[in-house]
Design a protein around this ligand. Sequence first.
Ligand code: UDP
Ligand code: MG
Length: 318
Amino acid sequence: MNTQKLTIVIPAYNEEEILVNSVHRLIDIEDQIAAKEAQGLQGIRADILIVDDGSKDRTWELVEQLHEDNPRVKGIRFSRNFGHQSALIAGLTEAVKTANMLVTIDADLQDDPEKISEMVDLYAAGDDIVYGVRNNRDSDSWFKRTTAQGYYRTLHLLGVELVPNHADFRLMSKRAVETLLKYHERNLFIRGVIPKLGFKTGEVDYKRTPRMAGESKYPLKKMIAFAWDGITSLTIAPIRLILILGAFACLLAVAMVIYAVVLKVLGMSIHGWSSLMVSLWFMGGVQLISLGVIGEYIGKLTTEVKDRPRYTIETILE
Ligand code: UDP
Ligand code: MG
């Protein structure tokens, strides 16, 4: 008999208002999946792993309580806040030791957990990675929707292919997770790396609902940091752009010289002061931006070379 184990990994940062409800709902869903016996998968065992990303509220107390009430709920506690992506990696690293199917979902269950069952069906039918794909962005604010779309379009222009409207709600097989974990970079932008893994992939559509309680744990500052990490860890296109910009500026300068010579020959005077100032400032600007972008990549390089741990675990409940 082909017994399988499903683990749902939940990153949680200050989620006291919502965690208990979410976990109960996920346990019900897991029970239904286990009872259903997806084709070819019999006796599915399922558990839940919550990664407390250094919460400052009662999240960890709740995890301990949930674990006591039901040993199927497990927990990892970070020593401080390391961020959503690190929490996911820690959860997958721990869960892949025993699970064959790993699902990641946000603690607020904005991504429809009922769809996990369909993900398992697709896994049973041979998919290694099943993406949860939102069929609309109604639940986002105008600001988030527009900035997100602009951002993904920019990434696309820079040559990075992402699965549109997919965040971190997905199912992965054991071997897909093991491959993902071979990507050792510190600032791993998970959804940008998954499409590079290969393997057979599938999709399930869902409608994203608004948060039931609590606030978004992604304030603007974190969103910008996340977006910038995405660009600089997935592509070196900005450095190439600098090169192109530089070449373009040089050509422009050559053209200006020719223009000046022509004017001289024609005996027309050059009142060059303003054009001089403009080009001076423009070039100064281009150079500073270029240095900044290069500095950003060097900074990233330094962080990678230091090879520091991505997170520190304080406690594990297993
Ligand atoms: N999260 C985390 N660490 C952080 C920020 C967020 O583990 O530093 C978790 C959070 O608890 C949630 C998920 O990441 O489970 C997504 O966050 P949120 O729902 O606030 O983001 P949004 O849906 O607003 O994009
Ligand atoms: Mg959310």
